[in-house]
Ligand binder design. Structure first.
Ligand code: KG4
Ligand code: ZN
Length: 336
């Protein structure tokens, strides 16, 4: 049984992260190193660069995080590493390092699904002022790499209600921002620009709005932004405001459908970098309010990629007696 701290490792995209949690979920220490600067010059995440950066950063980061908690590798009770989905090079780095620590200290190893880690974050004790939501709840995961809506029915019981047919929503923000000449990642820049614009000034499509189900599509919206920018008649601020309003309306519409598909849902949890967007938050809070359930938004650093969520998912799995063998292979694609 679990009576010693758990090390969590995250390396599936462009954040190198390590965290150590007490068996009850208390965060003892954590660290996140963003590779944003390395990738910004290329206008997006370059997988090979990401893998090499994880390789350089992860072992030292894990050591520092443990030291900050007053611990060494020998004090651990288990190791949990994100093993998919994500960029395979980074996943291999994290999984191999995690297995190495586990082998050296004869510890159980947990191969964590990154999506499951996002899904279970809301259950981390003390994270949400309202307390952890009861099952089932909805997860709306809106990041640069993921865009899906999941019914979280229990540990290991996830039902995907819908996902994007083309781009992830963060990707759509980044592409729209790029069209307006903003730096990568463009989401926060676009939000600032949108604050100066009129969302009514430019008519943009709202893909899938009103359609049944909970799928997403953003490529048509991006094309419309490209056209508006090329025409040159509207200001970039107005286009940004219209784009953001369209995304917020679409996400709210999809969330409304998800709540109809799972009427017993106790709340809607938002995760992913796009959860930082105030217009998106307001639209989702509106839908949740009408449905009479809370919108639960963990602090932003636990909405975006981090290792606390990986360690916590590891703890939840360990408590359920679930561990993985050393021959568990990282999976670039690993649906919930
Ligand atoms: O979760 P995240 O940090 O990383 C992964 O994609 O895994 O999400 C990053 C994405 C980027 O596409 C970024 O542009 C977007 O989240 N983002 C935002 C905002 N802040 C970050 N999009 C819209 N508004 C924001 N304020
Ligand atoms: Zn993520």
């Amino acid at each position: 049984d679990l009576d010693r701290p758990v090390l969590g490792l995250e390396s599936s995209c462009d954040e190198t992260a390590a965290a150590v949690l007490a068996p009850d979920g208390r965060i003892l220490a954590e660290g996140v190193l963003s590779q944003e600067k390395e990738h910004a010059v290329f206008g997006g995440v370059v997988p090979e660069i990401a893998a090499r950066a994880h390789l350089e950063a992860l072992p030292g980061l894990a050591e520092r995080v443990l030291r900050r908690a007053g611990l060494g590798f020998g004090d651990l009770g288990a190791v949990a590493a994100t093993s998919g989905p994500g960029l395979i090079g980074g996943l291999i780095v994290g999984a191999c390092f995690g297995k190495g620590v586990a082998i050296a200290h004869d510890l159980p190893f947990v191969a964590v699904n990154h999506l499951e880690a996002h899904a279970l974050t809301a259950r981390l004790p003390g994270l949400l002022p309202q307390g952890a939501p009861a099952f089932p709840y909805l997860l709306l995961l809106v990041s640069g790499g993921h865009c899906q809506c999941v019914a979280v029915e229990g540990l290991g019981r996830y039902r995907r209600l819908g996902s994007t047919l083309d781009d992830a929503v963060g990707e759509a923000f980044d592409k729209a921002a790029k069209l307006m000449g903003l730096p990568w990642p463009g989401g926060p820049h676009l939000e600032r620009l949108a604050a100066e614009g009129d969302p009514q000034a430019v008519p943009l499509p709202r893909p899938l709005l009103g359609r049944p189900g909970c799928d997403f599509s953003f490529s048509g919206l991006k094309t419309a932004v490209a056209r508006a920018v090329a025409q040159g008649s509207a200001s970039h601020a107005d286009i940004a405001a219209a784009f953001q309003a369209s995304v917020a309306a679409v996400l709210a519409d999809r969330a409304r459908h998800a709540l109809e598909m799972v009427p017993e849902a106790t709340g809607i949890v938002v995760a992913g970098g796009v959860a930082a967007n105030q217009a998106v938050r307001a639209a989702l809070a509106g839908v949740a309010g009408i449905a009479g359930v809370p919108m639960l938004a963990p602090p932003l650093r636990y909405c975006t990629d981090n290792a606390v969520m990986v360690a916590w998912a590891g703890i939840e799995r360990l408590r359920a007696g679930l561990t993985d063998r050393m021959d568990h292979s990282p999976r670039p694609r690993w649906p919930l």
